[in-house]
Design a binder for this molecule. Structure first.
Ligand code: KG4
Length: 368
């Protein structure tokens, strides 16, 4: 089953060709640098840039996959959650292709796409995923942790299309919190990856020389049972600490920035782990796999913490095989669409394709 997948949910124009769970091509054109001066994604600019680039991105995905549009079995597209003007560009294009080439359309939830991204395999891979074949009863029920710029959710996947959010953020998403923290430290936008790099510098020197000077409060302490992540208080605490240092010394030194980056990242991840481990510990049934995805899943410090927790809880964590599958991409949409083909109701006939619309607030719990 060969699928052309399209995702324009935020600031990446993305297209991919997948064959079942294998990725034949994965093209991403990021607009992040264009939005940097706004400190976040500017929706009308995102729409315009998607319109300008989508032809090229899809053409390149087809060429790199060494397939032809005529040999595709279906077109998949993200319908939400995301920015409405941005989603519209990908959906319109997918409908156009569906009608022109008489291919079925598979609408996909962006978070469901992230959820299954650890199952994607490279083009030449023959091997089954980890220690189970797909799709199989061995995977479900499983847990998914999606940590990106817009989502921080711990999801129980009882089966394909049967999802329950066990823990969700009540304010900022983890990636958003890291981006805001990086901005407060003058590290630019988006800042998650830079923050990781700067934090590592502190961790290396801290081992040899220093004691920590600054501390930041752990969110939701004593409220781990509530199934809530919260990052706005941590961000405010960092903002206060930064302005206190600036008042005292005029500016942040290099080592202040490194230590604060490390402390902020560490507290943000510790909070995440505490809530997840508490939730897993109290589940009334056994879970074997935790699928970890989203832009923040490429962070090595976070992966280390998750592996440690998983060992203690006797579960196997699975991560996407490359960083390109963590941040927004269309390959994960193609893989998810393939899994969805097991449920005929997920496939839309070409003549009904124009009924598909944007769903900017599409919750994974509403996926059919
Ligand atoms: O999945 P993604 O593209 O989602 C959304 O756009 O919603 O993820 C982007 C997020 C950004 O917040 C970015 O700072 C964060 O993922 N990110 C990282 C790393 N790489 C990207 N956060 C921590 N460590 C990284 N290495």
């Amino acid at each position: 089953m060969i699928i052309l997948a399209i995702d324009t949910s935020c600031d990446e124009t993305a297209a991919a060709v997948t064959e079942e769970i294998r990725i034949l091509s994965n093209i991403i054109w990021s607009q992040a640098s264009l939005h940097a001066k706004f400190g976040g994604v500017y929706p009308t600019l995102a729409k315009r840039m998607h319109q300008e680039r989508i032809d090229w991105v899809i053409g390149k995905a087809i060429t790199n996959s060494k397939t032809q549009i005529s040999s595709l079995d279906a077109v998949a597209v993200t319908i939400g959650p995301g920015l409405a003007p941005a989603l519209e560009v990908g959906i319109k294009y997918a409908i156009k292709l569906t009608k022109k080439y008489n291919k079925p359309l598979i609408p996909v939830n962006h978070v469901e796409g992230h959820l299954f991204s650890p199952l994607a395999r490279p083009k030449n891979s023959q091997s089954p995923i980890s220690n189970f074949q797909l799709p199989t009863s061995k995977l479900f029920p499983c847990l998914g942790l999606v940590v990106s710029g817009g989502t921080t959710q711990l999801i129980l996947a009882k089966d394909l299309g049967k999802y329950k959010i066990l823990a969700n953020t009540i304010d900022d998403a983890l990636g958003e919190a890291l981006d805001k923290g990086a901005r407060l430290l003058g590290l630019g936008y988006p800042g998650g990856a830079v923050l990781e790099k700067i934090a590592r510098l502190h961790n290396v020197s801290a081992k040899q020389f220093q004691e920590n000077t600054y501390s930041l409060p752990l969110p939701m302490l004593g409220r781990e049972n509530e199934g809530k992540f919260s990052y706005s208080g941590l961000k405010t605490a960092l903002a206060r600490t930064v302005s206190k240092i600036k008042n005292q010394k005029g500016s942040l030194s290099k080592s202040d920035i490194q230590e604060l980056a490390s402390t902020y990242q560490d507290v943000a991840f510790s909070h995440l782990i505490r809530i997840i481990s508490n939730t897993i510990y109290h589940l009334p049934f056994t879970i074997h796999h935790l699928l970890v995805s989203g832009g923040v899943a490429s962070n090595l410090t976070l992966r280390k913490k998750i592996r440690k927790m998983a060992k203690e809880l006797n579960i196997t964590p699975l991560f996407p095989y490359s960083k390109k599958l963590c941040t927004d991409n269309a390959a994960m949409i193609g893989v998810c669409a393939f899994l969805k083909t097991k449920r005929p109701s997920a496939i839309i006939k070409p003549k009904l394709a124009s009924k598909i619309d944007r769903a900017p607030k599409f919750s994974i719990e509403d996926v059919l």
